[in-house]
Design a protein around this ligand. Structure first.
Ligand SMILES: Nc1nc2c(ncn2[C@@H]2O[C@H](COP(=O)(O)OP(=O)(O)OP(=O)(O)O)[C@@H](O)[C@H]2O)c(=O)[nH]1
Ligand SMILES: [Mg+2]
Ligand SMILES: [Zn+2]
Length: 354
């Protein structure tokens, strides 16, 4: 049972101390607030964090979808208590607004960045998803959905290919079953993919098409362009008929800041208002006279940590912007190509180790 969920000899070795304590391995297939559903050698069970774990673990260490845990089944009940989380690989993280990181999914091999060929394709947003994917250590691939609604699929695929350096690009129509085999091929038995992309691009529809049944809830057709509504509200790992595993996630907000510049301004509106009051419009907020930011920091009106987060984030965004500059882009391309090669080599090595 857990072999199907990607259990490996390496995980088995890491699990030995827990096995000696009578614990069972369980992979998190659904995570909804403090409640979990685990795939274990005894089948699927509901689970909670044990008191001891809650006490000892930092929030960032709480299990997320895809995690492997050590759990203790409650006798006579289809329930278990989670006692520990195994070391993570392919950890998908997002930035939280204050510069920290939050785990989204663990043990991810392939990150499927999903965008619709129907709506305006936002290449910059795609780049951000890509940056996030590269940070996770998972191999990114771009899936362009709703090909049936697009008259110039080839052109768009080419445009995306030139942006998404190092990632394969696929066009699919879940509705007509086009291009699904290429996606299936990314997820051979035991390999885990995560779907990432804005709300409404068709992530859950794609899962259903790959499953061959309507298991995930999808948006009504006539609501296609409804704004701000998320059909999927939790993360769920499903076992595909071909043996691969795919994690469906809620759209857009899932990635927080990486989605849009507006996000930064909204979260740091007070900081930006302060910066607007400096005497010099190009104030670096370091030692210029009449700097409203330094004054507020000295008065204690602006929190030092918050300011640092803001500066860090600006740097991050500048880094993303630099990639619109041809020379910087060339340099990035070199780095990314190198990373792709390194990553492929890493995967090969890992498969050999398994
Ligand atoms: N024509 C066409 N419509 C599609 C295709 N795939 C998805 N759709 C439609 O797009 C809408 C949104 O699909 P969902 O699968 O719910 O989107 P989602 O990405 O899971 O959205 P969230 O769960 O909110 O993040 C639905 O009305 C689907 O029927 C496709 O290949 N072709
Ligand atoms: Mg969905
Ligand atoms: Zn200033």
């Amino acid at each position: 049972m857990i072999d199907q969920y990607g259990w490996s000899e390496r995980l088995q070795r890491q699990f030995e101390p827990y096995a000696a304590d009578g614990l069972l391995p369980g992979r998190v297939i659904v995570q909804q607030r403090g409640l979990y559903r685990l795939a274990t050698p005894l089948g699927e069970v509901s689970a909670e964090l044990s008191g001891r774990f809650l006490h000892a673990a930092a929030p960032g260490e709480h299990p997320v979808a895809g995690d492997w845990t050590a759990c203790l089944p409650r006798p006579g009940e289809a329930r278990a208590d989670i006692r520990a989380v195994l070391p993570r690989e392919g950890l998908f993280q997002r930035k939280d607004p204050l510069g920290g990181v939050q785990a989204v999914a663990a043990h991810v091999d392939v990150a499927l960045l999903v965008a619709s060929l129907n709506a305006d394709l936002n290449l910059r947003r795609l780049e951000r998803y890509l940056a996030l994917a590269w940070q996770s250590g998972a191999q990114p691939a771009v899936v362009l959905t709703k090909a049936d609604l697009c008259p110039n699929v080839e052109d768009l695929v080419l445009a995306v290919e030139s942006t998404a350096v190092g990632a394969e690009v696929f066009a699919v129509s879940a509705l007509e079953g086009e291009g699904l085999d290429a996606v299936r091929a990314l997820l051979p038995p035991g390999r885990t993919g995560v779907l990432l992309g804005s709300s409404g691009v068709g992530k859950s529809t794609l899962v259903n098409a790959l499953l061959g049944e309507a298991r995930m809830a999808t948006r009504e057709i006539r609501e296609d362009d409804a704004r701000g509504r998320h059909t999927t509200t939790h993360r769920e790992l499903v076992l595909l008929p071909g043996g691969g595993l795919l994690l469906d996630t809620p759209g857009m907000r899932e990635l927080g800041l990486w989605d849009a510049d507006e996000g930064v301004s909204a979260i740091f509106a007070d900081v930006e208002a302060l910066a607007g009051q400096c005497r010099f419009s190009d104030c670096s907020h370091e030692r210029e006279p009449g700097c409203a930011v330094r004054a507020a920091l000295e008065r204690g009106a602006l929190d030092e940590g918050r300011w640092r987060s803001y500066v860090k984030l600006q740097r991050e965004l500048a880094w993303l912007d630099r990639r619109d500059d041809p020379l910087a882009r060339q340099e990035q391309r070199r780095i990314w190509t190198h990373r792709t090669k390194a990553f492929r080599a890493h995967l090969k090595q890992r498969d050999r180790d398994r």
